[in-house]
Design a protein around this ligand. Structure first.
Ligand SMILES: *Cc1c(COP(=O)(O)O)cnc(C)c1O
Length: 441
């Protein structure tokens, strides 16, 4: 269970889930680089295996360093418990597999991270799990695509490249009416959004991005909101409500009741992590914790820098269009303001005058921004999706996903804003200068 003493993210990020090592006094979270844990006696071992007592057995299933990260992210998101895994992709996979059997389906927003799109459109299909994609512009689309084999709805809080904030509260409320949990990928909006408070049932993060924050380790985490009544809709959630033959016929919603409303996340640990693997390495958990400790402070600077960079870019003659929630109008702006608190995130899309060539020239001219596929690093990053992340799609498919030929994705870092603007300015001059001149002639 997570630490519920604090409610402010700045304090949670530094203190939740850990207070000095009882045996050594170590203040920093130790890296428990061990596969196994000594049992006190045979009775203790038997009780742990029978889940009569919770405790460390083997690092594939649980580890004290990983446990601190789990408790801390659970507290940050206002959830009851969490499970950390080896990557964001593993986290997403587990959120779905924990509820779906072959023949079941989920309904997902079309606005997704590319890796999630492939998992949903291709890989899960191989296991008989269907993903139905709907346009999130109208929340009712989720209801329309739902049938009695639908196990969950899935979306991202702040999906790129469109950067249109998902209507979490509206869709979660529609789902709760008919007994469908909303799973939110909150990777791009930690601290500025708490989906569980808006009605989502489950949250996942790629800790690789803003939580880790320094581009050092791949990781993922799933948080159980403890706010969804799996038992009230027993037929819809057989994995949690039917006897589990791998645990002597235990029914998860009944078996874990004394521990709290954590049937979903316990089942993910004891079944999926046990059988499939994909644990987070203790060293990588340590790196994620180290990043998490300064996340709220970094988010302030990420948000402030992105706001200034978006305004600067919007006034630049070489830029056709700037995509950032702060500059949107109408319903997308309303959703951003209703869902995000304290900032609009640090991703910015720009469409350059001069299309694809200008996009590539711009990337090549950047001196401080790194040219990488990552996002959410403390350093500023950039990529040209049309020739990289989205290059397998034809131009029409690219347009549908929000990627135009001149689109450049920026992940604004925490450097001094003057240096960020200077690098953008000189790269824009190099990329669009000749194009602008030609247009004027
Ligand atoms: C990167 C990312 C993922 C996948 O996470 P990995 O740690 O790279 O496996 C999932 N969702 C979003 C929004 C991401 O940015």
């Amino acid at each position: 269970m997570s630490d519920t003493t604090w409610t402010n993210p700045e304090t949670i990020a530094l203190h939740a889930g850990w207070r000095a090592d009882p045996s050594t006094g170590s203040v920093a979270v130790p890296i428990h680089q061990t596969t196994s844990f000594q049992f006190q006696d045979t009775g203790h071992a038997a009780r742990l295996f029978a889940l009569q007592e919770l405790g460390m057995i083997y690092t594939r299933i649980m580890n004290p360093t990983v446990d601190v990260l789990e408790k801390r992210v659970a507290a940050l998101e206002g959830g009851v418990a969490a499970l950390a895994v080896g990557s964001g992709q593993a986290a997403t996979t587990f959120t779905v597999m924990n509820l779906c059997e072959a023949g079941d389906n989920i309904v997902s927003s079309t606005d997704l991270y590319g890796g999630t799109w492939n998992l949903f459109a291709n890989t899960l299909k191989q296991f008989g799990i269907e993903v139905r994609f709907v346009d999130p512009a109208d929340p009712q689309n989720f209801v329309k695509a739902t049938d009695d084999r639908t196990r969950a709805w899935y979306a991202e809080t702040l999906p790129n490249p469109k950067l249109q904030v998902f209507p979490i509260a509206e869709v979660a409320a529609l789902g709760r009416k008919i007994g469908i949990p909303l799973i939110m990928d909150n990777t791009a909006a930690p601290v500025i959004c708490q989906p569980l408070k808006l009605g989502a049932a489950i949250v996942m993060h790629s800790t690789t991005k803003w939580i880790g924050g320094h581009g050092t380790a791949i990781g993922g985490v799933v948080v159980d909101g403890g706010n969804f009544d799996w038992e009230a809709h027993g037929d819809r959630f057989p994995t949690l409500n039917k006897p589990d033959p791998s645990y002597h016929g235990a029914v998860w919603t009944q078996a874990v009741k004394p521990l709290g409303p954590i049937a979903y996340i316990i089942r993910m640990r004891t079944c999926l992590l046990r059988d499939i693997g994909a644990p987070l390495a203790p060293m990588n958990a340590f790196l994620a914790i180290q990043g998490l400790e300064t996340l709220p402070l970094r988010m302030e600077r990420h948000n402030a820098n992105a706001l200034k960079a978006a305004a600067f870019l919007a006034g630049h003659p070489g830029v056709e269009k700037v995509i950032h929630p702060s500059l949107m109008e109408g319903e997308p702006k309303r959703r951003a303001d209703a869902t995000l608190k304290g900032g609009y995130g640090s991703l910015i899309g720009i469409e350059l005058k001069g299309g694809k060539d200008a996009g590539q020239r711009f990337i090549e001219a950047l001196k401080m921004f790194y040219h990488v596929a990552n996002i959410g690093d403390a350093r500023s990053l950039a990529i040209h999706p049309a020739t990289t992340t989205h290059s397998q799609l034809d131009e029409q498919e690219q347009a549908a996903s929000g990627v135009t030929p001149g689109y450049v994705r920026l992940s604004i870092g925490i450097e001094h804003i003057d240096d960020i603007l200077a690098d953008l300015d000189q790269a824009l001059a190099a990329a669009t200068g000749p194009g602008l001149k030609a247009a004027a002639e």
